[in-house]
Design a protein around this ligand. Structure first.
Ligand SMILES: Cc1ncc(COP(=O)(O)O)c(C=O)c1O
Length: 407
C-alpha cells in the first residue's frame, strides 16, 4: 500500500507545539539508558535529577488503600474528592497552618501538578500575565503557556527570593494584565523559605494590586534549622481572599505515584473550578483518596523521620559543595534540593548549565538538572532525595569532575 506522508504538525495546535518537554523527565529517560549500559559493567549513575523521595509510602497508608480496594471503594467519586478526604484536608489546614476552611473551599485533584494546571485554566485568558519568580519549578511557565497566558519572570535577590523592586516595576509596567503571582515556599529548586516579614511584604503588594497568590506549599513539611513554614493565606482575611493554597501528599508522605493534590481557596473559585474537574479528570483515583485520608489523619511520625534524614543530607551536601573550589552554594532551609552556582566552570567545551550537566553525566555518571530549565543558567539543581551512600559517592564524583575542569 502506498502511504501518503502526513504532516502531523499541521494538524496539532500551536499550544501543544509550543510546549517544552519536561527537562526532568527528559533527563530521567537519558539516565535510564545510560544506567542500563553501566549496570552491565558493574557501575551505575548517581541520580540527583528527579525530585522524588527515596522513601517508601508508609505502611499505614498502603494498608488504607488495600482496605479501600477490598471494600470495593473503586468507583467514581465526586469530581473534586470524597468528603472524608476534604474533611481530613480541612482538619489538616486548621491544625498545621491555622487556616479556617470548610468543605466548600476544598478541591482535590490528581496531584499538585494537575491542580495547578486547573488553576491556570480557570484564571488565564489568552495573553493574561502570570508572575513567575525565578528560579522556578519547571512546570509553572509551561502550564501558563498551555493556557495561552504569558509567564512573566520576576528576578531574585541574593537570598534566591523575589526581588521586590523588580516585582513592583513589573506590576507598574503590566498592571491590569497580571492575574496571579506564584509563590513557592519552600522552593523547588532553591530550598529557600520565606519568613514572615518577606511574606507580608509580598502579600501586601498583591492585595494593593489585586493580584491573586498561588501559594505552592508542597514541601512545607521539609523545613530545617530555625526556619518555619508560613502559609500566605494565614496573613489575614484580605490575603486569604486572594490566595489559593496548593498542596499534595506526594512529597510529604512519599506518595508521588498516588497522584493526590489539593487546593484551598474561596468557595466561588472552587465552585467554578469544579466544572473543569467534571469535564476533564472526573475524579482523582478512588483508593488513592482513601490512602490520602489515612496519610493526613494518621500517625505523622514517619514524616518527621523523613524530615530529619533530609536535614542530615542537606548539611552534608551543602558542606561538600562549598568545599569544592569554584562552587558557590547557599544554605537551603527546606525541600530536598540544593542549587549551587557552577558558572565559574563555564570555559572551553562547558559553556552553560546544559554542557556542565551533560559532561557530568557522560564523564562522571552523575545526573543533575541544568539551572537553565529553572530560569537561571549559572546553576544546576541537585536533588538529595536519595540515600546517604549515594550522596557521598555522588559528591566524590562531582568533586573529581570539577577538579578536572579548567576555570
Ligand atoms: C514546587 C512543586 N510543586 C508541585 C509539584 C507537583 O507535585 P505532584 O507530584 O503532587 O504533582 C512539584 C513536583 O515536583 C513541585 O516540585
Amino acid at each position: 500500500m502506498n502511504e501518503k506522508p502526513v504532516d502531523i504538525k499541521k494538524y496539532l495546535s500551536d499550544r501543544v507545539l509550543k510546549l517544552e518537554e519536561s527537562p526532568t523527565f527528559a533527563l530521567e529517560k537519558k539516565v535510564d539508558m545510560l544506567d542500563g549500559q553501566l549496570k552491565a559493567k558493574g557501575d551505575y549513575v548517581v541520580r540527583f535529577g528527579i525530585g522524588q523521595p527515596d522513601f517508601n509510602t508508609p505502611d499505614n497508608i498502603k494498608d488504607a488503600a488495600k482496605t479501600a480496594i477490598d471494600q470495593n471503594k473503586t468507583k467514581y467519586t465526586a469530581s473534586t474528592g470524597i468528603k472524608e478526604l476534604k474533611q481530613a484536608i480541612v482538619d489538616k489546614l486548621a491544625r498545621d497552618n491555622k487556616l479556617d476552611y470548610g468543605l466548600e473551599n476544598i478541591f482535590v485533584g490528581n496531584g499538585g501538578k494537575q491542580v495547578l494546571d486547573a488553576i491556570m485554566r480557570a484564571f488565564i485568558n489568552p495573553q493574561d500575565v502570570i508572575l513567575v519568580p525565578r528560579p522556578y519549578w519547571v512546570s509553572y511557565t509551561q502550564q501558563v503557556v498551555l493556557s495561552e497566558g504569558i509567564p512573566l519572570e520576576v528576578d531574585f535577590n541574593d537570598l534566591l527570593k523575589i526581588e521586590v523592586v523588580h516585582l513592583k516595576s513589573l506590576i507598574k509596567q503590566y498592571e491590569s494584565r497580571i492575574k496571579c503571582l506564584i509563590l513557592n515556599s519552600p522552593s523547588n529548586p532553591t530550598g529557600a523559605v520565606y519568613n514572615l516579614k518577606e511574606l507580608k511584604e509580598i502579600a501586601q503588594i498583591c492585595v494593593e494590586n489585586n493580584i491573586f497568590i498561588i501559594s505552592d506549599e508542597v514541601y512545607e513539611k521539609f523545613i530545617f534549622g530555625n526556619a518555619e513554614h508560613i502559609s500566605a493565606a494565614g496573613l489575614g482575611d484580605e490575603v486569604k481572599n486572594i490566595t489559593l493554597t496548593v498542596n499534595a501528599v506526594s512529597k510529604t508522605y512519599a506518595m508521588t505515584g498516588w497522584r493526590i493534590g489539593y487546593i484551598a481557596a474561596h468557595q466561588d473559585i472552587i465552585s467554578q473550578m469544579t466544572k473543569i474537574q467534571d469535564q476533564s479528570a472526573s475524579n482523582p483515583c478512588t483508593p488513592a483518596q482513601w490512602a490520602a485520608v489515612e496519610a493526613l489523619n494518621g500517625d505523622q511520625e514517619s514524616v518527621e523521620a523523613m524530615r530529619r534524614e533530609y536535614e542530615k543530607r542537606r548539611d552534608y551536601i551543602y558542606n561538600r559543595l562549598n568545599g569544592i573550589d569554584g562552587i558557590k552554594c547557599s544554605l537551603p532551609e527546606g525541600a530536598f534540593y540544593v542549587f549551587p552556582d557552577v558558572s565559574s566552570f563555564y570555559k572551553g567545551s562547558v559553556k552553560n548549565s546544559f554542557d556542565f550537566s551533560s559532561e557530568l553525566l557522560e564523564k562522571a555518571y552523575v545526573a543533575v538538572v541544568p539551572g537553565a530549565a529553572f530560569g537561571d543558567d549559572r546553576f544546576v539543581r541537585i536533588s538529595y532525595a536519595t540515600t546517604m551512600d549515594k550522596i557521598k559517592e555522588g559528591m566524590d564524583r562531582i568533586e573529581k569532575f570539577c577538579g578536572s575542569l579548567s576555570r
